[in-house]
Design a protein around this ligand. Structure first.
Ligand code: CAA
Length: 440
């Protein structure tokens, strides 16, 4: 069976930075700890006035193709995953291809292009599509370019405003990949939900508290479905578990849920029973409320055990480092989490070749997917090539007045023409409708 997976990855952040515990908390009159400790965020990446989903996606893809020495002829498919699209007909991938054709010899006329939409899970769905295309043998030896790109902005005053972000992740999917092989084992949890919607509108309508509950419910279903396929798994089978990270505090909840689920009926549960008792079983309770109280107590006790805290520190915490500095990138978020974990491994001389990742993707509306990946021999070289630290460092720190202007400038319903705060350096820029992607 062909080995297929992610051969290379590149990350492109918005060029501005909003300090959350500083600038934002001060303006909101909030305790900075709500951001650093509660949500788990230090900053949001923000798009300057000349940046959008096309420019960020094309910049990430350009860097990836240049680094890997690729020409358009090497790419047979370009899929863009986004929930910030501005065109209901023409896919963002055509705009991105137009940008790339300005800088590479040849064109992408032969390439199948599309756009994937299912909120934040669409990035992973595009990976799945590319995987299936290659495994079906329809790729004629070519690789697929998957780009997850979003400007995750909320209306001013919405609770989600604290979790904004902007950036793109470009991934090359090929046979014999250098970074991770995707396994065939997958599990899904999916239901018709209305917690987060963007029906022909620029900013989402969100029921934030409910969206957290829906994330957890779908993730639980996906884990159950995954285990139907994969059989018994233990928490020690996976070196890292990158999850969709709208904000790190969300992953704190999802990780606890996953740990409890995976340790049920295992030796670990037997060992935990000595300290915190056995997990409550639904069948032992006549009263649903009493059962839920018992679960809550169990989860609280589980969270405090050394065993759980050690697992969290080793398996989850390293996936959150980049996210803490950039906020939510919607479709790119889980792919940032993977990169963050592997970057941590590279920096700490952890040998990852052959190690497994448990990847949890989620999109509102709602669907979760759990799948596994196996890290490949050349992972280190691929991860070392990322320049994300330099990009984060180079961002321009905006003050509150800048923030208000820039936020308005990205509201397509308003006509705001403002001077950019940064100067593009060898980047594609957005120059107004119909003049997309000129390189400056
Ligand atoms: N010190 C320490 N912690 C503090 C604190 C302080 N001073 N003040 C507050 N906190 C904690 C709170 O206890 C809370 O933590 P817990 O949930 O663990 O209790 C956390 O900080 C957040 O505080 P609030 O709940 O008061 O924050 P909020 O009501 O202003 O908003 C939110 C939280 C509803 C998640 C909001 O940010 C939101 O609507 N976000 C957008 C929707 C979203 O991201 N949903 C996630 C699931 S859906 C998804 O994943 C798809 C997607 O990408 C959007």
């Amino acid at each position: 069976m062909k080995s297929v997976g992610i051969d290379a990855v590149e990350i492109w952040t918005g060029n501005l930075k909003l300090d959350l515990p500083g600038t934002f908390a001060e303006q909101m009159g909030d305790d900075p700890a709500k951001y650093t400790k509660g949500l788990g965020l230090n900053a949001s990446s923000f798009p300057d006035s000349y940046e959008d989903i096309v420019t960020m996606g094309a910049n990430a893809a350009h860097r990836l193709m240049e680094r890997k020495g690729l020409e358009p002829d090497d790419i047979g498919r370009i899929d863009v995953a986004t929930e910030s699209a501005f065109d209901n007909s023409k896919p963002v991938s055509t705009y991105v291809a137009g940008c790339l054709e300005q800088v590479f010899e040849g064109d992408f006329h032969h390439a199948n292009k599309g756009e994937r939409k299912f909120a934040c899970i669409a990035g992973t769905q595009s990976l799945d599509d590319a995987y299936n295309w290659i495994r079906a043998g329809r790729n004629r030896g070519r690789a697929a370019l998957v780009i997850a790109t979003d400007t995750a902005l909320y209306a001013r005053g919405d609770a989600g405003e604290a979790t904004q972000g902007a950036g793109a992740v470009a991934m090359l999917i090929s046979e014999d990949p250098d970074l991770v092989e995707l396994s065939t084992e997958q599990g899904f949890g999916s239901a018709d939900e209305t917690d987060f919607l963007k029906p022909n509108q620029q900013f989402p309508s969100v029921d934030g508290k409910r969206s957290v509950q829906v994330y957890l419910a779908r993730m639980r279903e996906a884990l159950v479905d995954y285990q139907r396929e994969a059989g018994t798994i233990t928490v020690d089978d996976f070196r890292y578990a990158p999850f969709h990270t709208p904000f790190p505090g969300m992953v704190r909840k999802a990780a606890l849920l996953a740990y409890r689920h995976i340790t049920r009926d295992t030796e670990i549960e037997d060992e935990l029973a000595e300290d915190i008792g056995r997990q409550p079983r639904e069948e032992a309770f006549d009263d649903e409320e009493a059962f839920h109280d018992a679960i809550r107590e169990y989860m609280d006790a589980l969270k405090g055990t050394d065993r759980y805290q050690e697992w969290y520190a080793n398996t989850i915490e390293p996936t959150l480092t980049i996210s803490r500095e950039v906020g939510n990138w919607y479709t790119g978020s889980v792919h940032v989490a993977r990169a963050s974990a592997l970057k941590h491994a590279a920096e700490n001389d952890i040998d990852m070749a052959g190690e497994a990742l448990l990847v949890g993707s989620y999109g509102s509306g709602a669907q979760a997917e759990i799948h596994t990946e196996v890290v490949q021999e050349n992972w280190h070289e691929e991860i070392e090539a990322l320049n994300v630290d330099d990009q984060l460092e180079a961002r321009y720190d905006i003050n509150w007045e800048d923030y208000e202007e820039i936020h308005d400038a990205h509201n397509h319903e308003m006509d705001v023409d403002i001077e950019p705060l940064t100067t593009p350096e060898g980047e594609f820029v957005f120059d107004g409708w119909g003049r997309m992607g000129e390189r400056k």
